[in-house]
Every structure is written in C-alpha cells, then in structure tokens.
Design a protein around this ligand. Sequence first.
Ligand code: PLP
Length: 375
Amino acid sequence: MIRPRKAIERLKKYRPPLEGRGGKLRLDFNENTVGCDPAVARALRRLFRPEWLSRYPEYEEGRSELARHFGVRREELLLANGTDDAIKMICDAFVDPGDTLLVPAPTFPVYEFFHHVAGGRVLRVRYDEHFRLPLREIVAALRRTRVRWAAFANPNNPTGTSIPPCDLRAILEAAPRTVVLVDEAYCDFSGETVLPWIRKYENLIVTRTFSKAFGLAALRMGFLMANRNLAEMIHRAQNPFAVNSVALVSACEAVRHSEFARAYAAQARASRSMLTRKLDAMGIPYVPSAANFVLTRVGDRASEIARRLRKKGILVRDWNYDPHLRGYLRFTVGSAAQTRRLIRELEALTGLVESRDGRKAWRDLTAFSSTGWFA
Ligand SMILES: Cc1ncc(COP(=O)(O)O)c(C=O)c1O
C-alpha cells in the first residue's frame, strides 16, 4: 500500500468552509459582505480576451505597482495565492520536520495546518480568559525553546483583539533568530500596521490580503513583505506561477481605486459600533474588536442560535466546537443594513441567548481595556 509522509498520516482531516453560501448573508468568514469595487469587475471584462488568457502570467510590473502602493521596494514584496499560500511559502522556506511553531491560541488555524504538513511541532500559548495576549509566557517560551517561526494575526482572528506595538517589539527582540509573521489581514479595519519595521527587524514578515476590505476573496490574492534577504530566501522556494494573471490585474486595479476599500472599512467599523451597542443593551458579552467581526458569548445554545440564523438566511461562525470557546459565535460586520438585519434576527432569538447584566458583561470582558490591550 502506498503511504504518504508521516506528517501527512498524522494530519487531521481538513474541514473546508461550508458550501452553498451564495445568496445568503455571509457573516461567517469575515469577507467583504457587499462585493468588490465594480471598477475591478469592469477592468476584468476588458481584459478577458483569448490571447491574454492563453499567456502565462507576468509579474514584475504588477509587483512594482503593489510595492509602490504599500510603500515598500519591489524586492521586499512577494505575491502569493492568498495569505494562506504566503503561510505555506514561509513553511516551505524555513520549516524542517520537528521544528517548532509558536502561536497564541485561539488564532487563525492555517499557520498550524501548513506547519503540520511540513512535519513541524506546535507550541500554543493560550490567551487568558480576558483574551489578553500572554506576552510574558510568549517571551519566556521564545527564550527557552528554539522556535523556528511564530505567527501573530493582528488583529487576531477569532478574537478581533489588537496586539500593542510594544508587545510585538518585545516579541521580535526576544528571538532575533525566530522568523516572526505579523498577519495583517484585518489591518484596513484597525488602521494599525508594523510594515515599516521590515527595514528594522530582519526576522519580521508582514502579510496582507485582498480577501477582506478589498472584497476579492474568490481570486486568492495576498502578498508578503519582508527585508530583501528574507524575501529572497522565500522566493527561492516559491511556486513560480502560483498567482494567476486575473488575480494580479484585479489587485492592481483595486489599489488604483483604494478609496473603495477605505470606505468599506469605515462602513464596517460603524456597523461594529452599532452591533456592540446593541449587544450591550441586550446584556450579551463580547470581545471588543478592532476587526470586521465580533466574537460574542451567547451561551449554551450557541449552535442552536447559529442554526436558526442560517434558516433565516444569515450565516455566522459557530465556535462552540472549540472547548475554550464554548458558547461563542463570531459575527462578521458589513453594511449598516446587513447589521440591522442581524440585530433584528438576534432580537427575535433573545429567549435562546444567555444574557447577563449588560454592565457586568462588559466589565467581564474588558477588565483590561484601559491598559491598551484592546484597541
Ligand atoms: C488572520 C487571517 N489571515 C489570513 C486569512 C486568509 O487570507 P486569504 O484569503 O488571503 O488566504 C484569514 C481569513 O479568514 C484570516 O483570518
């Protein structure tokens, strides 16, 4: 019998996102909920000619344009087939079997996924019950263990919490031989970035995506930025044609009209405030978020609430399967009308929600907000 590598034998079966989401209100995967800039769709229609489609992609012009837009040099930016692919590129370049990845938990699961595919071990450091980043434990682990790479989503998914710059600096400085990924998939919503630091820290990689504020999740377009040495190492192992021409042209068109993503992010932030005001009024605890989603504690009947919302055509992310997030649902926020619709349906389900005294609920989850833990 043919067997895969040991690392693949050990791998748990990947559960892909639900199918059949078209036509529903998609508040489950933190995408742009209204669609991309129509200017991008128009540009694609102009380009879809047989000759253009028959040609292998050419990257350098697009790469330069994106680098200029994001304020880095061309050699500091690598195109990727979504951030997921950028994460795989990091593993391809740096991870040998048995190497250690450090991640806070809970966080975006794809870091662990590709690290496991490469045969690595994972060291998870848990957020505390107030969803504060366990900085002291992280720094101690980085000093104690030989960690090959560490990954931090900022803001984090699924908590929505921001990592203060001083914490990221402490992490980068604690382990100069550890590659540190700061995944900025949601930075358009938080307004925070450490991108300028790639010139200062040789171990820093920053990733971005066109899947969120820009609304191009279907095209799988992301990129990573790092100092030229690190970028060159990763580039050496990269699939030469990982990014397709349609994705690259769309990304370039999207940054030429970046006011669309800015306006969408502003809309999502306003919706986030509308939703959290309502959650306060309903006494439902939530984690204050810097991203386009809110992690909410609705209680023991979380899965039932998610199912009922689905019947009403609203998809939300049920985190109840995670033993550390029992009773939690995550709601993506989009336009004001979509958020009002979510609120209306939640109000109709108040009987299922385990609400608490609103002020107490707020205190429970924000006990540390004044120290700057939550943006
Ligand atoms: C933190 C984080 N990084 C990356 C991604 C995926 O980005 P992409 O669609 O570019 O692969 C997600 C998607 O949910 C995410 O939450």
